[in-house]
Design a protein around this ligand. Sequence first.
Ligand code: NAP
Length: 255
Amino acid sequence: MSQEHPLPLAGKVALVTGSSQGIGRAIAQRLAQMGADIVINYRSNAQAAEAAKAEIEALGRRCIAVQADVSQEEDVLRLFAEISSTLGPVAILVNNAGTTRDKLIIQMSLNDFEHVIDTNLRSAFLCTKAALRGMMKARWGRVINIASVAGLMGPAGQANYGASKAAVLSLTLSTAREMASRNITANALAPGFIPTELTSIVTEPQRKYMLDSTPLGRFGTTDEVAAAAAFLCSPEAGYITGQILSIDGGMSIHI
Ligand code: NAP
């Protein structure tokens, strides 16, 4: 790190939930390139998490990989205790862990509904609550919530997912209002269709429909979502809070 051009996030600790693969992994790598020390979090795939950690360490950053189901309060408390005793307080929180269980409402069990709400929304509430105290003390913080275009559109077959993401958008706005006086910003990203393991189950006709609904005529990449997250964490974005940034090739222009 040169003295004239220190990396913008040097010395800051970033927790990216669900960062063993996909969008979260790309965000973790991008924040590490900007100088942040990184917490990789995962629920089940330890091997992928270790590979993600190795990528970060290769950039010269400190990194820990912590298994924790972020929909569970005891796991979140354990996760934050481990971070604070190894890397220090969390300055940047990216609520990214998410899942789907797509079904029509009439075929959706209460368990399908609750599992998705808990993974996508309850986790964001629990991690935000756990992170804010340290950010308030530091009088600096960034919360980035990974929502979805689904939270703006209410897609058929995704009542659970769309509702969870709409709620995450509202959680973002409340966080922004409550924390503005402490110099903590909260913003949401609303990606469109990004090929990852999450979207690997989408059928060909569904893919074609998504593509036809995307004015730019292609799917997005995890790096394109990561670039937006990196901007919102940067010093240049310090006056941006309570915003929803769509990264969807124009899909939401139709709304
Ligand atoms: P992905 O490839 O399936 O990755 C999901 C990540 O979340 C994995 O690291 C997974 O860890 C972790 N995870 C899942 N449940 C967890 C839990 N309870 N506790 C801790 N970690 C958990 O998904 P993705 O496509 O990158 O999606 C990332 C986020 O972007 C999600 O919030 C998703 O809703 C949102 N998003 C995605 C798209 C898209 O098109 N891909 C579009 C809009 C929004 P394990 O593998 O170890 O379980």
